[in-house]
Ligand binder design. Sequence first.
Ligand code: CUA
Length: 353
Amino acid sequence: MSNDQSGQRVGRRLIRARLGFASGLLLTLLLYLSGCADTTSFINTPSMLDARGAAADRILFLWWVMFGLGTVIFLGVMAYLLLAMFRSRREDESEDSRKRHGKRAIVWGGLVLPTVVIVFLFALTVGVLAALEAPPVPDTHVIEVVGRQWWWEVNYPALQFTTANEIHIPVGEPVQVKVTSEDVIHSFWVPQLNGKIDANPGRVNTIWLQADEPGTYFGQCAEFCGVQHAKMRFLVVAEEKNAYLAWIEQQQLPAPQPEDGPALEGQQVFLSSNCINCHTIRGTNATGNLGPDLTHLAGRLALGAGAIPNTRGNLGGWIADPHGVKPGNLMPPATELSGAELTALLAYLETLR
Ligand code: CUA
């Protein structure tokens, strides 16, 4: 066997080994993608790829253009690389001609193509950003959202009520959301309806939401804000006009006053406990504003800013041991309550529809 032949064989083996290593690495990286599914949430957490509103549609369009262009360019570069690896040098090619080819490749591939692509993407992005500008809306469609560690205060200023962690909007109509923060920087994000917007203390940022179809849309704080950042969620409920107006009407009412029985006892427990230092129940003496407004707590879908479903059992567990569900949150456990008092308290809280 000649030296030439054995040299070629070694070269081929080396290339095969490299290709094997590269595909192994790619497969391993692909495996990591399986970690992207959120299995800790009881709420469905769809991605921005499942857009359900005008703004999200535009963002998704931009995403696909970038993804498509990126894929084409990546494949082109890889093809070029493979060509360089496998193509044997042509004997009849002069040194001058090789240099000329090399220079041409650098000018076209390294300067002209990237400039064209970047200018195109920049223009497209500016166009999409302009289209995402908030449309004018009536006062009733302005919602103020305040990020707090780790929940969302939701005010409807023109309609004069406050709620928490659940925003209702009329389907098919744009709603303006004015976002700020009471403590650290948070970020308000409903992936299916629009992009993210920072919630900064001392500053108001505006974004708008519009859902094409009725449904419950998942919202998430998208800026790391402390240990319970991941459980700083919220829901956007898009409803047909009548259901939406009925919800508004209900929210504007003060809490119903229990006549007798366990609910009345529970109200006494609530009003004589520490609860009133942090929570408001409109229509009672509880006017605290450190924690969520509880006036219509029982009508909400989730507890603890999307941490757990709003059921009687979960509410009892939350009151007795909020840190078991959400370690580090500001609510102290109600250790001073007896079992009977907790039962009465739950009976009262369940009337807050
Ligand atoms: Cu609030 Cu992360």
